[in-house]
Design a protein around this ligand. Sequence first.
Ligand code: SAH
Length: 358
Amino acid sequence: MMENKNKRSDFSYRYLVDKLAAGETLQREEWRALLEDTDAGHEAYLQKVAETVTARNFGKGVYVRGLIEISSYCRNDCFYCGLRRSNRQALRYRLSADEILACCEEGARLGFATFVLQGGEDGGQGDEWLAAVVGSIKQRFPSCAVTLSVGERPEAAYRLFREAGADRYLLRHETANALHYALLHPKEMSLERRLDCLRGLKALGFQTGAGMMIGSPGQTADCLLDDIALLEAIRPEMIGMGPFLPAAHTPFAGKEAGSAAMTLKLIALMRLRFPRALIPATTALATLSPTGREDAIRCGANVIMPNLSPLAVRSKYSIYDHKACTGCESAQALKLTEDMLARIGYHIVYGRGDYEKE
Ligand code: SAH
């Protein structure tokens, strides 16, 4: 039989997965061994253990969040993102406060208890304006959670948002490797600044989400090992991971997409390492693979974020090409999501779904 150096013995692979499941961490080289091993039997084992750990922590319940994409204007110029300011072809829109509240109204009617306001870094939606919008949502829907995802803002802005009642904030670190970060972003952006924002958000008491794209241009196994180490250091309540997908009219338009298998593996590994974390089955994965959503749930994802944006703007929030926005991605089609989950033995939990420590 041929020796395959990359293939660990079944025994040592299971030993590492079991060690994670027992609440221990791994050495960098052990993480690397898991990342580099693509044996199908091993991946099936990892998936099973991750699914068991998820069930132990959350039963078979999956949280839903209504995603409202509030603006496609952005002052940033991230090389991967279709909404980067240099993209003259991007279709721009900005929701008004009334439009956002109308989305929440509809979301509440559909049963959502969390609203996620996500957008570009739009100077037309200033900090005080956004804080006022959050205040109105919290006043109108006091039992609902509000999550913001509007990029890097001054600490004072984060404070305003928090005082207005925002509960959570999503700000992916994108990559924890400074050199790789510089390959994905223009010179005026830095990993240090991103991490400062994340630390500030945590200090203000936000349930904070970090995370990385999988398979972005220039990413190596070492970048992912840095990502894992960073997540261990900041212990975010939420971890968003999706494959990189090329976006037209960006510097990375012709690049290859990230891999669904690698994304699923990282979801499973992060589930084992952070048993209580809120991990979404991302739209990017659903866009890349028709079974992406259910595969992610079976690997330990426990959040789905259907789109609640007004129908007229949905196709304009084009961070990457062919972004899924119908079927299970649509808030109006929760029944489809329920059916999809039922087929794999799961169900929607219509609560706020806050992070809870063990
Ligand atoms: N402006 C906000 C929201 C960005 S969109 C912010 O900076 O946080 C949310 C996430 O989409 C980003 O954090 C990024 O990880 C992901 N994303 C952007 N472009 C992408 C692409 N081309 N492929 C896959 N994911 C992408």
